[in-house]
Each structure stands twice: as structure tokens, then as C-alpha cells.
Write a protein that binds this ligand. Sequence first.
Ligand SMILES: *Cc1c(COP(=O)(O)O)cnc(C)c1O
Length: 225
Amino acid sequence: MLRLVYPYTMSISGNLRAIHHRIEAASTAVKRDPATVTLIAVSKMHTVDEIREAYDCGQRHFGESRLQEAQPKIQQLPKDIVWHYIGTLQTNKAKKIASLFQVIHTFCKASQIEEASKSDTPVDALIEVNIANEPQKAGISTIELDEFHQKALNSGQVHFRGLMTIGPVVPNAEAMRPYFRELRELREKLRLEWLSMGMSGDFEVAIQEGASHIRVGTAIFGSRL
Ligand SMILES: *Cc1c(COP(=O)(O)O)cnc(C)c1O
């Protein structure tokens, strides 16, 4: 029987099916209900047609990184899509982003919250954590997280649900485990619900460590080159 080891060149529908199987396997391995994992299809640099293809397979959560690129896509695509903003959050665009997207994963500055809170629609929010405290990386350091979270609590239309991390570059998925685990421990301390962690290369480890949202691009849509 053919075993799909590297399914990135298949169709979007085939890729989605394969990922759902992998989500199920990773979840049941740690006695989690796979329904507690939200798959975000990261569609940055992919076309409206490709997104529609995934939508027709039942995919409803999509992730985008740039406002300029996302805005026309959001306007053209069905209204029951849940749009997740996962890119760098420029303060001067935060209000607009909060009004277009249902979830923003990348809050790490007070000024971003202040702007986004002026949106006329509610937005779910996550704090981006620089989990390995890398000097040049976006996100709140683990040391400053407590203080930032306290400031972030009451902020108009912005409703903080959890923590997100991208994580350091590591040689293999297993090497991400301690970082994912630490993010989960930080979330538990802050009594938040959501954990946005895990991408194409490491989402199974993220699920085992408690991810509520995984952000998968390449493994669904293929390479962005
Ligand atoms: C692009 C991107 C992803 C998806 O990465 P893949 O490796 O293609 O799955 C996930 N999260 C963030 C923040 C991204 O920018």
C-alpha cells in the first residue's frame, strides 16, 4: 500500500485529508479529542481560488500575514470564514485589522491594543510570546509576560484568549517540545484558554503539548515560492 510520507505536492483536498488524519493520530495519542484542535490554513501568498478550494473541502479558518494582501481576499470570499491575523501588527493598522479579522494572534505592544480596541467589532486576541527570548524576535519575553498580560486585560473590543508563539529555528520537530511545553505552562499560570502553536513541520508535537490552534500553510497549499 502506498504510504504518503511527503504529501506537499498533492491536491489541496488531499493535503487537507492527510492533515486531518495526522491531527487525529496526534490527538488520540495523548487522549485528546481532535475536535479541540482548530486548524488554521495559512493562505498568505496563495490565491483566492486556492482558498476557495480549501473552503469547498470544509475548511473555515484561514490565516493571513499582511493587511494589504488579505483585504481583497476577505472581501471576495464567503462571510462564514474565520480570519486569523498572524503577521506583524503595525500599530497604525491595528484598528483596521481588528475590524476585518476575527482573531489577532500577534499582540505584543500596548499601543497595538490601544488602537485595536477602537474597532467597532469585537476581536479575539492572543499575546505573541518570544518563548526562547531571542534578541531580534517579535513577541513579549517570558519575563515581561505577566506585566503585559495585566495591562492587556481590559481593552474595549479586544478580548484576550491565549498565547501564541512562532518559536526558534530548531533542527527537528521534537526539539520544539520544551518550548511548546513552556508556553502551555505560561498559559496555565495566566488562566487563559487558547494556545496557538505548531506549523507544517511540528504541529503534531504542538498538539501533544496542548495546542488549541495550529497554523499550517505549506502542508496544505504547497510551497509559497
Ligand atoms: C507562514 C506562517 C505559518 C505557516 O507556516 P508553514 O511552515 O508554511 O506551515 C504559521 N505561522 C506564522 C506566524 C506564519 O507566518
